[in-house]
Design a protein around this ligand. Structure first.
Ligand code: ACO
Length: 315
């Protein structure tokens, strides 16, 4: 498959580190030096489906196809207002699509998991146009009194339209099952038969473990893709790394020994928007005209699961 259109949408509200100091014992200096984040976009009066719809419509417009031409919609999302139907169905209705639509919950590497699934559909010959949407409101999964987690996240949506092509040159997906390092729990409705205790648990994270996992798996995944393709970092024009935080991206970059200009980043003013991060970054780079036909890009993402993935793609 190949990408024929991209789009993204961000919430209007900008929350700076300074804003956070009004209700948290933290500082701009602490947050910026540990994470590279200065501000983030936070959802307020928008609904996530509004952002997802806007991103999808921009991607369709660039692709030059109508929603009615879509054969499949895949949506990466952890949480939104609707438990059911899936966000993919909500957006399908909003854009006027009438094709199968399915949600996947793969946390931060969701865009890569969706691409892996879409590529398999293309290989069967069942589809000609696939829309992937990644839409996340991570800031609503947080305890805003927990300064070790709430400083990291932002919200947003990214989308891409795919058509038949031969541009995916390597895929490596992985799961190292570990629920305790990064999770959120939601209390479901009570029933007359329920005897076990349940409560909502906002996002919990062992930051140091996530850091180690992120850097080691990204480097491992990228190096294995390069080896399989017989390439080196010099052959790659851009490394599209999940925008978790700048120190993680920097650590990966240094271990790979590649120059800074090959690592586009928006985490400083977007925060970490989970699976939407890579999709938004893709759209921003595309609209800036950063990519030339034939450029080689490596996407790498990691997150709850613990899931990880890397994809080598030609533009
Ligand atoms: N402001 C001020 N102080 C803080 C803050 C804050 N926002 N948060 C924590 N601290 C304090 C802690 O309480 C602790 O104080 P103590 O020494 O008195 O106990 C001290 O700072 C050090 O805390 P650590 O957690 O050890 O800090 P660390 O240097 O590990 O940095 C961080 C924490 C930034 C979370 C780091 O571990 C990290 O970047 N981890 C990766 C996490 C990540 O990116 N997750 C994203 C979600 S998952 C994903 O997308 C892959």
């Amino acid at each position: 498959m190949k990408i024929i259109g991209t789009g993204s949408a961000l919430p209007r509200k900008v929350v700076t580190n300074e804003d956070l100091t009004r209700f948290l014992d933290t500082s701009d200096e602490w947050i910026a030096s540990r994470t590279g984040i200065r501000s983030r976009r936070v959802i307020t009066d928008e609904r996530l489906e509004d952002l997802a719809t806007e991103a999808a419509e921009k991607a369709l417009a660039e692709a030059g196809i109508a929603a009615a031409d879509l054969d499949y919609i895949l949506c990466s999302n952890i949480a939104n207002y609707y438990v059911t139907p899936g966000l993919s169905c909500v957006v399908a209705g909003r854009i006027g699509a009438a094709c199968p639509a399915v949600d996947i919950n793969c946390a931060c590497p969701g865009f890569l998991y969706a691409m892996d699934i879409a590529e398999a559909f293309f290989k069967t010959g069942r589809v000609r146009n696939v829309l992937i949407i990644c839409a996340e409101e991570a800031t609503r999964m947080l305890d805003w009194t927990d300064r070790s987690t709430c400083i990291l996240f932002g919200d947003g949506a990214g989308a891409a339209v795919f058509a038949p092509g031969d541009n995916i040159k390597g895929v490596r997906m992985d799961c190292q099952p570990d629920v305790n390092t990064l999770y959120e729990c939601r209390k479901l409705n009570h029933t007359p038969f329920l005897t076990k205790e349940e409560k909502d648990v906002p996002l919990q994270m062992n930051g140091r473990e996530v850091f180690k996992f992120a850097v080691s798996t990204a480097v491992r995944d990228i190096e294995s893709l390069l080896a399989e393709a017989g390439l080196t970092t010099d052959d790659i024009q851009y490394f599209m790394i999940h925008q978790a935080n700048l120190r993680i991206i920097e650590a990966i970059r240094k271990r790979l020994g590649a120059p800074e200009e090959k690592f586009p980043s928006h985490v400083a003013d977007h925060g970490n928007a989970s699976s939407a991060s890579c999709a938004i970054l893709l759209d921003e780079c595309n609209r800036k005209g950063l990519f030339k036909r034939g450029d080689k890009l490596i996407f790498s993402a990691f997150g709850a699961g613990l899931l990880s993935g890397a994809i080598l793609m030609e533009w």
